[in-house]
Design a protein around this ligand. Sequence first.
Ligand SMILES: NC(=O)c1ccc[n+]([C@@H]2O[C@H](COP(=O)([O-])OP(=O)(O)OC[C@H]3O[C@@H](n4cnc5c(N)ncnc54)[C@H](O)[C@@H]3O)[C@@H](O)[C@H]2O)c1
Length: 413
Amino acid sequence: MRVGIVGLGYVGLPLAVAFAAADVDVVAVDLDARLIDAIAAGRSHVEDVPAEALAAALPRLHPTTDYARLRDTDAVLICVPTPLSANREPDLGPLLACAQELGGVLAAGQLVVLESTSYPGTTRERVAPLLERGGLRAGVDFHLAFSPERVDPGRTDFTLANTPKVVGGLTEACGDRAEEVYRTVCSSVIRVGTPEAAELTKLLENIFRAVNIALVNELALLTDRMGIDIWEVIDAASTKPYGFMRFEPGPGMGGHCLPVDPFYLAWRAREFDMPLEFIELAGKLNQQMPYHCVAKLQRTLNEQGRAVRGARIALLGVSYKPGVADVRESPALKIIALLRELGAEVVYHDPLVGELAAHGLRSLAAEEALAGADLALVVTALPGFDYAGLAARVPRVLDLRGVVPPAAGVVRL
Ligand SMILES: NC(=O)c1ccc[n+]([C@@H]2O[C@H](COP(=O)([O-])OP(=O)(O)OC[C@H]3O[C@@H](n4cnc5c(N)ncnc54)[C@H](O)[C@@H]3O)[C@@H](O)[C@H]2O)c1
């Protein structure tokens, strides 16, 4: 079997390496020629793909910018980005460009699977017509399915191999073929009846998280006013053996998924006269969190008789979650902008994020970042960082993640 993967990012590259590791030849396509050169030279930009894994995969992995190379494959898996536009509507530009290119090289009998997250109807209504432009018919001359990627970057206990893979084919035969292909790299495949059901499954998973995070964030805003420790409450509630699932408050949501995906559904739902209020409300609450965190920082400094203007604030962790280099939609970016507007001097330490070019900042060693800082702001928990020793190194710590042990000078969200 030969598999093609289009889009070699956080989703596509691990998938390509997994197929190569299963002795499948992989044609790996991306628009970005520099990325293709780097992958061909064995340099990985995704933490979940260590250099050794990429090196081991390379004999079977064929990185290229040329879509025509996909013609010789049995299956093509699409993993291009599905972002929001500036006015927060689905931007299917990269996906439609990919489907258009693919439509020009598709061969009869191939399987095409969309893995990029999108609203129900995308595979059938938007992707299929572009794939059919060469005259082949979806579900008749070639197979088409949707299968959401569930990868959780940085996670090692659940990977592609042991996370059940949901598959919805345009026809029964399309689903059968997609299941067969995924069985090469996944131990469990879950079939649903249509691409739309598979598309909505992914959105339900992410909306569930977004709404529950918003719920604890709202409670954190309340407990801040009431003088109750939200972390103590969450720890206590989490002892219930059933009917409760732990979610934690924080400075807001980041990454390519949670801040984006729910709005794909909200947008589609409006076409059905159905404003999705849970999603909009969760988005509103989560977006407020960086502002709340900065207001809390202002109060914390105020208690020391310090203003934000002129204060040196050391951010610890700027990626959107622990153990990854990804800063897309990271609340740290908003917090940095807000602190600078107030006249603070901002520095940061994050071993995985060497620089924040748009902000003109480089990661400093922890010593250097904390030296002379008026406050350390824990935005994202850094794996292996000595939080127990932090209170002794700076006058104040504001911990937005509940990872710093209680001590004098430590304030928690
Ligand atoms: N990152 C995650 O944790 C995650 C998890 C589950 C699902 N997803 C979904 O998977 C999809 C991809 O996400 P990602 O994080 O891997 O994105 P990414 O930005 O890391 O990678 C996408 C890659 O696609 C390439 N690309 C863009 N347009 C292209 C085109 N027309 N042809 C060929 N290549 C093209 C880009 O150059 C880039 O290398 C998105 O729909 C996302 O919502 C992401």
